[in-house]
Design a protein. Structure first.
Length: 68
């Protein structure tokens, strides 16, 4: 994992709306994963879209019931 491929990304929890920062890995290409909120510990769906040149284009967060 290249250090330049790791990005700090500011987000807000879809449950409690608390702001926090996620670390996203652009070297993996586009992917989906689950992360727990750093404040309320609820499970958050995370969909990361990465361009062909390795830039993060879109980060979508969803609650447990959302379909991403």
């Amino acid at each position: 994992m290249a250090e330049e491929a790791i990005h700090e990304w500011p987000v807000h929890c879809p449950y409690c709306d608390a702001p926090f920062t996620m670390l996203l890995d652009a070297s993996a290409g586009s992917y989906s994963t689950w992360e727990d909120c750093a404040v309320c510990c609820q499970p958050i769906q995370v969909a990361v879209e990465v361009s062909l040149n390795g830039d993060i284009e879109l980060v979508t967060l969803g609650s447990d019931d959302d379909v991403l």
